[in-house]
Ligand binder design. Structure first.
Ligand code: PAF
Length: 274
């Protein structure tokens, strides 16, 4: 594995690759969820690039960029074992200059749900993902379904800007209890971990209702809220189509049921694609 920190070194390292490139962008602190993206990309491509970059522009004013977990040494080991060809670890000054020309999230789909709770987050996210996709020259780029709105916006960006990359949506990875894996789970204590299971339980309850024939979004959301009473603060439950437009009735094969809630300190997200 080659570790590169500059654009020039990345371009030089890419010259040694011929054939399909798979790309997994990350912010580091790699866990089993990232590893499953990396392994899928490894299986499906001749070459594999992973990036680790804690992107400052996707953190809001109240979000602590400095507190974001950083585990460079462990991450490098994981990428080596996973047979990553190139690991790109740029500094902020490599990725950004002052007074940048910038793209932003779309006005409607980028500012609901996560976009409403974290204003500006998706502007910074699409900005960095466009840079990273361009730099990687990837044929296939891998993103988790857990960040479903992020995935939908990246797919829209690739479509709107005619970018020559295939976006691969990867399944959510859960622990043995059913908790969706996230870098934020490290902030949960044992008691909170148990209460955090109410997110996946609410999705199970919603799915059960849908399977029993219930389509009305308000009825399903009400049931989810009942199950979520162990969470400290429910930020939203929502049912949208795959492009993140709100739905009144569940459309089988085109719906995502989402939940965001605080348990202890961290905000947790989960969803299921119906
Ligand atoms: O999902 C993430 O880790 C980040 O939002 C991403 C896609 C790496 C962009 O910084």
């Amino acid at each position: 594995m080659i570790i590169v920190k500059t654009i020039e070194a990345l371009q030089e390292a890419k010259k040694t690759l011929s054939g399909d490139i798979g790309f997994v962008p990350t912010m580091g602190a790699l866990h089993q969820g990232h590893l499953s993206l990396i392994q899928q990309a490894r299986r499906e491509n001749e070459h594999l690039i992973v990036s680790i970059f804690v992107n400052p522009t996707q953190f809001g004013e109240n979000e602590d960029l400095d507190a974001y977990p950083r585990k460079d040494d462990a991450d490098i080991k994981i990428c080596t074992v996973a047979k990553v060809d190139i690991l790109f670890m740029p500094e902020i000054s490599v990725m950004y200059e002052d007074d940048e020309l910038s793209i932003g999230a779309p006005a409607r789909r980028g500012y609901v749900l996560e976009g409403e709770k974290r204003p500006g987050h998706f502007d910074g996210m699409v900005q960095v993902v466009m840079k990273l996709l361009n730099l990687s020259s990837a044929s296939n780029a891998y993103f988790g379904k857990k960040d479903a709105q992020q995935l939908a916006l990246i797919s829209q960006m690739v479509k709107n800007y005619f970018m020559p990359v295939n976006i691969v949506a990867c399944e959510i990875v859960r622990d043995e209890m059913g908790l969706a894996l996230s870098s934020r789970n490290v902030y949960l204590n044992e008691e909170e971990k148990v209460r955090a299971l109410s997110l996946s339980s609410s999705l199970k309850a919603a799915t059960k209702l849908v399977m029993a024939g219930e389509k009305n979004v308000e009825v399903i959301k009400k049931e989810m809220l009942n199950v979520l009473d162990l969470a400290d603060e429910v930020e939203y439950v929502a049912i949208v189509d795959r492009t993140f437009s709100a739905l009144k009735e569940v459309e089988i094969g085109n719906s995502i049921i989402l939940v965001a809630a605080k348990v202890g300190k961290p905000r947790l997200l989960d969803n299921i694609w119906i």
